[in-house]
Design a protein around this ligand. Structure first.
Ligand code: BG6
Length: 488
């Protein structure tokens, strides 16, 4: 990104969509503020609906006001807004793509095409770009999850894209891989014997992963209702977290060695299908409720809702990895919209050891527990039992938390948001943080039978009030094993 010689053209397809408004504009603004965008970065926003350039700049400004979480600095904004140009394109009309040619000043320009649209449009865009020779080696494409809606649709899209772009030109995004805390999982595990030695079936009782959100579907009915929470969050983010957390030691930090180990974990996921879905999966949809003291609507009354939808907005699962290291250790995962609070964390509960003196420590609450917060404020906490100080020699124990705030430890380090990091990596042509096609194949292989089983048993869906921790069945799923969700 610091190269002086090359011009960078970033073409954003779907520039008026939720993802771009919520994340991409803010990420680009922050890069501008940090002087990480050089003068030769030009951004072309593409949408099928018309806007003048002035209207487009207003859209960007309003999105920043809403989602940036900091005051917009006038000096930064004045420089930033000059980078943007709006271009109306109907991607169904291949001749429309010719409009893009004027933005390319010379044949050495780096062209980055960001497809912030549904994956069923990816191939049309590729075709359009190829028709104007924008698929040569100087072009890259960024594609967002979920790619396809099943293994077969993924194959179709992937194969078609590859008629126009080679593998090295394709960057598949899962923004969780851009989170500092997710990357830090690799160092926590592989740089600290304290963690490395206990992260296995001999020491771990069970693992809980929660990705909860208090927001609903935020005007994304069309996308979300056809996707559902399993495909929106489990097929990608949760499986990425599990594969990084559970992988064996890679040969090196080279991306291919890491892919190899992550793929082994994805391949080892024990099957969930129509024969066992009732035992391993809980599904829910939110009904109305209260969030942050405000009443909120039920899913079926969201903007553009179809009243008979049975799309799940919540999923909890118990899953197993059939590897030597994790055999029979349950992983309980849950993720949902309109839950009690926003939270992204892994909680590792350690087993009791036989020869412990204090064996009266019984319930899950009394197990040693390691919590890794996955949001950017990332906190790492270990619960340990301590003797309560007393005059006599009796032992009464109290759990205390040893914790540190990762962010506070690095007061002089800037912790970038995930899309800032991912965009920077793309401009530097570094693929370390992007998803390999094989990872997506194995994710779909595991997810497909679950989706099919739900189609067979729609009665699995239960309703939960917005502002709670999900449906009754999700509590039963874990309580049947004498455990509880960690809601701290
Ligand atoms: C996106 C999903 O991938 O991740 C959204 O499509 C979800 O539905 C978002 O809200 C959550 O991301 P984060 O980083 O806020 O946990």
């Amino acid at each position: 990104m610091t190269s002086k010689k090359k011009n960078y053209n970033l073409f954003i397809f779907g520039t008026k969509g939720d993802l771009v408004q919520r994340k991409i504009f803010s990420a680009l603004y922050r890069l501008e503020k940090k002087n990480k965008l050089t003068n030769n970065v030009q951004i072309i926003g593409i949408s099928r609906s018309s806007s003048s350039n002035k209207e487009y700049i207003n859209i960007i400004y309003n999105a920043l006001k809403k989602f940036l979480n900091e005051t917009i600095k006038l000096s930064v904004w004045n420089k930033f807004k000059k980078r943007f140009i709006f271009c109306k394109i109907n991607i169904n009309k291949i001749q429309n793509f010719k409009k893009l040619i004027v933005f390319i000043k010379n044949k050495y320009d780096i062209l980055i095409h960001y497809f912030a649209v549904s994956s069923d449009m990816f191939v049309k865009i590729c075709k359009g770009l190829a028709s104007i020779q924008c698929n040569k080696d100087n072009s890259k494409i960024i594609i967002e999850k979920p790619i396809g809606k099943s293994l077969n649709t993924f194959y179709d899209i992937n194969q078609s894209i590859k008629k126009y772009f080679s593998e090295k030109q394709i960057f598949r995004i899962d923004h969780y891989l851009g989170k500092e805390a997710i990357l830090n999982l690799i160092s926590l595990k592989f740089a600290n014997p304290l963690f490395y030695n206990i992260l296995n079936k001999d020491y771990v009782d069970h693992v809980q992963i929660t990705l909860s959100e208090s927001i609903g579907i935020e005007n994304r009915w069309n996308y979300f209702d056809q996707t559902g929470q399993i495909i929106d969050m489990v097929q990608n983010h949760i499986l990425q977290i599990i594969s990084i957390f559970a992988m064996n030691t890679p040969k090196s930090l080279h991306k291919n060695h890491i892919y190899d180990e992550k793929i082994k974990i994805l391949k080892s996921l024990r099957n969930i299908n129509k024969n066992n879905i009732h035992k391993y999966v809980s599904l829910g949809q939110y009904s109305k409720g209260i969030i942050n003291n405000q009443p909120v609507l039920d899913y079926l009354h969201e903007n553009k809702a179809q009243k008979n939808s049975i799309t799940e907005t919540f999923v909890a699962m118990k899953l197993y990895l059939d590897t030597k290291i994790w055999k029979n250790v349950p992983f309980y995962i849950r993720t949902g919209k309109r839950l009690k609070k926003k939270c992204s964390k892994i909680v590792i509960f350690l087993k009791k050891t036989k020869n412990m003196l204090f064996n009266n420590i019984q319930s899950q609450d009394k197990l040693n527990r390691i919590t890794v917060d996955l949001q950017s404020t990332s906190k790492i906490a270990i619960k340990l039992f301590n003797k309560i100080p007393k005059l006599d020699s009796s032992f009464k124990l109290k759990p205390l938390e040893l914790s540190y705030d990762y962010k506070k430890f690095f007061p002089h380090h800037y912790i970038p948001e995930e899309y800032e990091r991912l965009l920077t990596e793309i401009m530097q042509n570094n693929k370390f943080l992007f998803v390999h096609q094989k990872e997506i194949i194995y994710s779909w292989k595991w997810i497909d039978p679950i989706i099919q089983a739900y189609q067979e048993y729609p009665s699995l869906l239960q309703y939960y009030s917005a502002g709670t921790w999900g449906p009754e069945s999700s509590h039963k799923l874990i309580q049947q094993d004498n455990k509880n969700w960690d809601n701290h």
